[in-house]
Structure formats: structure tokens, C-alpha cells
Design a protein around this ligand. Structure first.
Ligand SMILES: CC(C)=CCC[C@@H](C)[C@H]1CC[C@H]2C3=C(CC[C@]12C)[C@@]1(C)CC[C@H](O)C[C@@H]1CC3
Length: 384
């Protein structure tokens, strides 16, 4: 477990980041859909974001990876995460939708239904009830928060380091008439901008993997949770089967980290130690990716792979064609043409290529059971 030496951002840095993000995204937070938003950026600012993000990865090979290189990413986690989502958000929305996470699939279950059920499962696992004040740490563009509000009748505050995602989350809340049930706040989860004991429940869906220290981010969550309150997380981990001395394993881990904006991914045992060290009483923990060996049920990674037999309808086929290996070849060629004609900003192709590499590594990591994006941990803050 790495203890973070990184510093919280000063207000001046925050103001500078906000100004940069405004220039970069112009008015694209109002655009309908990821593709339209993608072509409405400032080219120079986009180039700068590409340089800032990829400096952490270009020419860094798995075979000569050092602890110092990993540490430099950890120290820079805030800019790395912010710039990653500056570059990837529109592609995510175009390819995946408004809920930036994986899910399990039941037999015969369509993509969107499975995504929603995964959110309902977490809400139920931490006992969210109508009227509760709930925090969503790393809320993306607010897809899960909107669904959990509709499912439970609670109030959700979404927190995210990326200004653009916060703007889009706010737009969607207005569009769906949910502003009385939702707040969205820009901030760093290492320094949550809320007083102690503020929330009845806190959840995280595939977000704290971006943290420089799991123990520190879980401690922050512990602080803002009311005594007796429950915290639930779907965490990204390398599993016990992962062996860092195996170069193939390491390459899979590194490709996932680079294509998904992760400074360093940890193992399940690190997460279990971190949540308990943060003060939580661990009530349950298990790997949701591991709970079925039934081959008639689609694996969590199937939409990114090559197998279309799990699609349930024409709509599923069309959705998955934007995500899977075949669809990526076509859409990334199209994106490169848009970039060539300066319709899409410089570096869009490079970002898409990096996401595609990560997608292949996620599928490989999933098939080999080296990686899980859905390790469920539920912890309670003791009453006293
Ligand atoms: C990064 C973290 C912690 C969570 C995000 C999980 C997923 C939602 C993403 C992981 C890989 C992403 C890719 C895409 C969408 C979002 C993910 C599945 C694309 C399908 C978006 C469209 C591009 O053309 C290809 C992408 C491949 C990777």
C-alpha cells in the first residue's frame, strides 16, 4: 500500500484548472451526445491536455517499469485523472452511455438493464432508503446517481474532480427534472469538501482506483459519513492470480492503467486492508466478477470483446457495435479522418487508440481472471 505524498490542490491551481477546462470544452457540455461534444473543443487546449496526460505513459515499457515511474504518477494523480477524463469523457458517452462502469449480465439480460441492475444492487447492498442524504464519490456524468435517485427516492450529491463531467451531470439533472434530488460538486476525493458526519450513506462505483492511496480516500469517506452509516464500493483490483513478475500480467495491468487513467492499480488484499485501516467494520466483501462459471451467462467484459452472441436485441447489437473490437476499428478510423480534417481536435485519435488498448487488456485480464472491476466491499462506520 502506497502512502500518498501528494498535496491537495491550492485554490489558485483550482482556478487555473477551471479556466483551462472552460477554454478546452467551450460550450460542449451542452452538446447532445459524445460525438457532437467531441468536435466542439479548443484544439490548442486539447493538444496541451494530451501532452499532460501522455507524458506519464509514452515510452514507459512494462519490462523496465520502476517504482520511481509508478510513484511519479501517484504523486501527479490529480492532474492525471483530470486530464484523462478531459480526453476520454466524450468517447465514453459516445461508446458506452452515461453510466461509466461495468456490470454483471443475467441470462437474457440486455445491456442497459444490466447496467441499471448493477446500480440497484449497490444501492440495496448499502440500504439506501427514501429521503436519505447520499454521497456518490467519482460520479462521472451522473448516470448512476440519477438511476439511484429514481430507484430509491434518496437525495444524491455527486462529487467529481473533472469540471466538464460536473457540467454535463448538471445538464442531465435539469433535463430529467431531478435537480431537487441531485447536487453535483467539483472536488478532489482526497479532500472532500463536506463537514464531518454529513451523509447517511456513501457509494463509489469504479472511481477510487484513481486515488493515490486507498486508505486515505476511504478515511475521507469515513469522516463525512454519519456514525452508523454505510459505505459501499465496486472497486477495481488485480486479483490473487496476478503475478507482477510475469511480464504478460504486468503488460495487461499497465495497458489498463494507461488507457483508464490509473496511477497504480492495487490488489484485493490491499483494498481489504485499506478499508479496515480507515476505521470501517467490514460487513461483506466478494468479487462479483467471480460469481458465475455458467458459460450461458455473458461475462462482464463481453461488450468490449468480439462475441456478439450475447446481444439480446437489434438495439443491443447496435449499442455493442460502438464498444466492441470490430466497432472500435471502424469508429477509430472515422475519428482519425475527423482529426485529419481538423474537425476533431488534435490527439483524439491517440486517445481512442489508448482506450482501445485498454479495452483489449480489460478483456484479456477478465478472461484470465487477473483483474476485476467489481470487487464489492461494504463497510459500516461504528456508532461510537
Ligand atoms: C476508468 C474507470 C475506473 C472506469 C470506466 C469503466 C468503463 C466505463 C470504461 C473502461 C474502458 C472504456 C472504453 C470505452 C467506454 C468506457 C469504458 C468501457 C469505449 C468503448 C468508448 C468508445 C471507444 O471508441 C472505445 C472505448 C474502449 C474503452
Amino acid at each position: 500500500m502506497v502512502n500518498s505524498t501528494s498535496q491537495a490542490l491550492l485554490p489558485a491551481d483550482q482556478a487555473r484548472n477551471m479556466a483551462f477546462d472552460k477554454i478546452l470544452h467551450k460550450n460542449s457540455s451542452n452538446s447532445q451526445g459524445g460525438l457532437r461534444a467531441m468536435i466542439n473543443k479548443d484544439n490548442e487546449a486539447h493538444k496541451a491536455a494530451v501532452v499532460e496526460y501522455f507524458q506519464h505513459w509514452d515510452d514507459k515499457k512494462a519490462e523496465d517499469e520502476t517504482e520511481a515511474v509508478r510513484q511519479s504518477r501517484v504523486i501527479d494523480y490529480a492532474s492525471l485523472t483530470r486530464q484523462y477524463y478531459n480526453l476520454a469523457t466524450d468517447l465514453y458517452e459516445y461508446g458506452w452511455g452515461e453510466a461509466f462502469h461495468f456490470c454483471r449480465f443475467a441470462y437474457g439480460e440486455a445491456f442497459k438493464a444490466a447496467v441499471n441492475r448493477h446500480e440497484h444492487y449497490l444501492a440495496s447492498s448499502i440500504g439506501i432508503k427514501p429521503g436519505m442524504r447520499v454521497l456518490d464519490v467519482g460520479c462521472g456524468v451522473g448516470g448512476p446517481a440519477r438511476e439511484i435517485v429514481k430507484f430509491t427516492g434518496c437525495h444524491v450529491t455527486g462529487l467529481n474532480i473533472n469540471n466538464y463531467q460536473i457540467s454535463r451531470a448538471k445538464q442531465y439533472a435539469v433535463k430529467e427534472g431531478l435537480t431537487h434530488k441531485l447536487d453535483f460538486v467539483q472536488g478532489d476525493f482526497m479532500n472532500l469538501p463536506f463537514p464531518d458526519d454529513s451523509f447517511d450513506a456513501v457509494y463509489v462505483i469504479e472511481a477510487t482506483v484513481h486515488a493515490p492511496s486507498l486508505e486515505s480516500v476511504y478515511r475521507e469517506i469515513f469522516r463525512v459519513l454519519k456514525p452508523g452509516g454505510v459505505f459501499g464500493v465496486y472497486e477495481w483490483f488485480m486479483t490473487d492470480a496476478y503475478n507482477n513478475d510475469d511480464l504478460t500480467h504486468r503488460q495487461i495491468r499497465l495497458d489498463i492503467e494507461q488507457g483508464d487513467g490509473i496511477a497504480q492499480m492495487l490488489k484485493v488484499e490491499d483494498g481489504l486492508a485499506a478499508i479496515q485501516a480507515a476505521g470501517f467494520t467490514l460487513e461483506t466483501h466478494y468479487d462479483l466478477a467471480d460469481d458465475s462459471n455458467d458459460t450461458s451467462v455473458a461475462p462482464w467484459y463481453w461488450p468490449l470483446g468480439t462475441d456478439l452472441r450475447y446481444a439480446q436485441s437489434l438495439s443491443d447489437v447496435l449499442t455493442v457495435l460502438r464498444m466492441n473490437r470490430f466497432g472500435r476499428v471502424v469508429s477509430h478510423a472515422f475519428i482519425s479522418v475527423l482529426e485529419l480534417f481538423q474537425i476533431a481536435p488534435a490527439g483524439t485519435g491517440k486517445t481512442a487508440e489508448s482506450l482501445a488498448k485498454a479495452a483489449d487488456a480489460l478483456v484479456e485480464g477478465g478472461k484470465k481472471k487477473l483483474f476485476t472491476p467489481m470487487y464489492l466491499m461494504v463497510g459500516r462506520k461504528p456508532e461510537f
